[in-house]
Design a protein around this ligand. Structure first.
Ligand SMILES: Cc1ncc(C[n+]2csc(CCOP(=O)(O)OP(=O)(O)O)c2C)c(N)n1
Length: 326
């Protein structure tokens, strides 16, 4: 099992708290009508994004889902620019035009979030092919949900990536539900990692509530990809503590089930491990939380103070000025 140093513990905990507090703040702002539209919270799944990104280099890439705030923040994206985007402000990642499901930050290797279920899987596979063709040592981690594994592009992508031994890690976040549909009702096998068998690549089930387990398995898969041995499918078992999106009343699952998963809160589990093994003291853990809270407050202040785009600029950015550079 990965054995993070006290410095790494602090970093991992900080990133998990940053995501948790960011998402909770976003939900409050949505219910106050300050952020418009919907949002798909990542609360409960923080250990997956943070564990995975902890083993990546800045030049490695990530591809996200519709639930992508956590992936972007874990890869080192800016909470300020993300919050400003959600507010629809010009200082946001997409100049306030893309919103929650369309954030990308090429400077940290985050290629984008996608509102189309499974839409990022072929794009991440293409990015891995590009890395191979350019002889880069970098790899791609593609995040997607259990529901996305029933899309045709999942199977096409895994087939080609396995055939061409592309440097990619397919990371399924199995949170048991695709909207209100339980994985049992939609997937012919509940053990999604076994789908790797069809493509002759490793498929591993991982405890997605344990940030160290995620870091260990993504680390191994990443090394395999860097060595030119091709893709791995990882199925991280996790749970979204909240609804699918802000309007979901969660009538399709019981409060007992939710309670049982909340007992395995990834932040609580990891904080406990850090203090029990004396990597961190209780007061360090609290200081990290306060630091994350300050970053979220700073992001909200930045977003509030930023201007909206000028109405006359609405047509800008619809087409790229030069579609064929070079
Ligand atoms: C192609 C397509 N079909 C349906 C939808 C509607 N939709 C949005 S999210 C979602 C469920 C996705 O579930 P999963 O992949 O398990 O991800 P999770 O929400 O659990 O993170 C669906 C069906 C969509 N966005 N795109």
């Amino acid at each position: 099992m990965t054995d993070p140093s006290p410095r790494e513990c602090r970093q991992w905990l900080f990133r998990m708290w940053l995501i948790r507090l960011f998402e909770e703040k976003v939900l409050r702002l949505v219910s106050e009508g300050i952020i418009r539209g919907t949002t798909h919270p990542y609360v409960g799944q923080e250990a997956v994004a943070v564990g995975a990104c902890s083993v990546l280099e800045p030049s490695d890439c990530t591809v996200s889902t519709h639930r992508g705030h956590g992936h972007l923040l874990a890869k080192g994206g800016s909470p300020k620019k993300l919050m400003a985007e959600l507010f629809g402000k010009v200082t946001g990642y997409g100049g306030g035009r893309g919103g929650t499901q369309h954030v990308a930050d090429f400077s940290v290797g985050h290629l984008g979030s996608f509102g189309i279920t499974g839409g990022g899987i072929p794009l991440g596979t293409g990015a891995a092919l590009a890395m191979r063709m350019r002889r880069r040592k970098s790899i791609v981690v593609v995040f997607f949900g259990d529901g996305a594994t029933n899309q045709g592009v999942f199977h096409e992508s895994l087939n080609l990536a396995a055939l061409w031994r592309l440097p990619v890690v397919y990371l399924c976040e199995n949170n048991l539900y695709a909207m209100s549909t339980h994985v049992r009702e939609a997937c012919a096998t509940e053990d999604l990692a076994r789908r790797a068998l069809a493509y002759g690549i490793p498929g591993v089930r991982v405890d997605g509530m344990d940030v160290r387990a995620v870091a260990e398995h993504v680390g191994e898969a990443a090394e395999r990809a860097r060595r030119g041995q091709g893709p791995t499918l990882l199925e991280c078992l996790t749970y979204r503590f909240l609804g699918h999106s802000k309007s979901d009343q969660r009538v399709y699952r019981t409060r007992e089930e939710e309670e049982a998963w909340r007992k395995r809160d990834p932040i609580v589990l990891f904080s406990r491990w850090c203090t029990e093994t004396q990597r961190l003291r209780e007061e360090d853990v609290e200081a990290v939380r306060q630091e994350a809270l300050a970053r979220v407050d700073e992001a909200v202040a930045f977003a509030r103070e930023s201007p909206f785009p000028a109405p006359e600029s609405a047509g800008e950015g619809v087409f790229t000025p030069d579609p064929w550079p070079n």
